[in-house]
Design a protein around this ligand. Structure first.
Ligand code: FE2
Ligand code: FE2
Length: 286
């Protein structure tokens, strides 16, 4: 068994939807979908119908796009209500979500915990001198804009920062309660570390990319790998000895002619992953 990941499939684009069918079946393996599969309930359902028969287990975390309430859509659910609808859809396909217990799997004799997270963002990836109430203006003055401001609602929370705070608090408690030394794969659509964000064309888009609350979670919660998407800038980086994988496919203009969706399915862990041995050994010295 291996664990693979991809994010930002954005199957609202015809090219991406067609390309989804090209993803090779790996019936013994798990596939992590790290958010932004599409913009509608129908997009997510379509992706599950295509991918579920190809993998032993799918794991999904929401991206901002799945949480959008599209003006053209008959589904008018907003915020947490929309999220709960998507969770119900996942359950109908037996897809693991942030609302399920974090499973512990055996890879080559080593245990690893799979932790899908939904943490959102709180506009804290901004300079200290910019107050919260000016954050969106500050970003737009620098050419930064995110459609979430119109399409991603936070109901019943007073704002996305408050929703993010609530998500972080509940998730922190869950991760603390199972922090038993088993290495974890932490999965979140948004990067856990501000240092991972390099957006040369639109640096102030960082505002919509995460929260400073998670800056030490890869250490505190014994991560062996952290998987994220959202940036549409694929990368493998290491911080504090932990591997961070940005696994976006992205919009057609970002991948066509450069890669294929199947090549973009990133291997995250295999049975002989040395990071598991090292991390388990450091936690359980013999
Ligand atoms: Fe995306
Ligand atoms: Fe995103």
């Amino acid at each position: 068994m291996k664990i693979y990941a991809i994010s930002d499939l954005h199957i609202g684009y015809q090219d991406n939807q067609r390309a989804l069918a090209e993803i090779t079946a790996r019936p013994n393996d798990w596939l992590i979908l790290a958010g932004d599969v599409g913009e509608t309930h129908a997009h997510l359902k379509y992706a599950f119908e295509v991918l579920q028969p190809k993998f032993r287990q799918l794991v999904w975390v929401p991206g901002n796009h799945e949480l959008w309430t599209m003006p053209s859509d008959s589904d008018t659910a907003r915020g947490e209500f929309k999220y709960n609808q998507l969770i119900n859809l996942c359950r109908s396909f037996q897809v693991l979500t942030p609302e399920d217990p974090y499973p512990v799997v055996l890879l080559g004799g080593s245990k690893v915990r799979i932790a899908p997270l939904f943490l959102l963002y709180d506009y804290s990836f901004r300079p200290e001198c910019v107050p919260m109430e000016r954050a969106v203006d500050w970003a737009s003055e620098g050419g930064g804009f995110c459609s979430d401001e119109f399409l991603l609602h936070s109901d019943p929370y007073p704002g996305k920062a408050a929703w993010c705070t609530a998500r972080c608090e509940i998730t922190e408690q869950r991760l603390e309660s199972c922090n038993d030394g088993v290495p974890a794969v932490l999965i979140n659509h948004f990067p856990l570390l501000e240092d991972l964000i390099h957006l040369p064309r639109m640096p102030r888009f960082s505002l919509w990319c995460g929260t400073r609350r998670t800056r030490d979670w890869h250490i505190r919660f014994n991560a062996c790998v952290v998987v994220s998407g959202h940036l549409h800038m694929r990368s493998t980086k290491h911080y504090d000895g932990v591997r961070f994988e940005e696994v976006s496919l992205g919009y057609p203009r970002q991948w066509k002619g450069r890669t294929t969706p199947d090549l973009s399915v990133r291997e995250i862990l295999s049975p002989n992953a040395t990071c598991l041995e090292h991390r388990s050994a450091s936690v359980h010295p013999s």
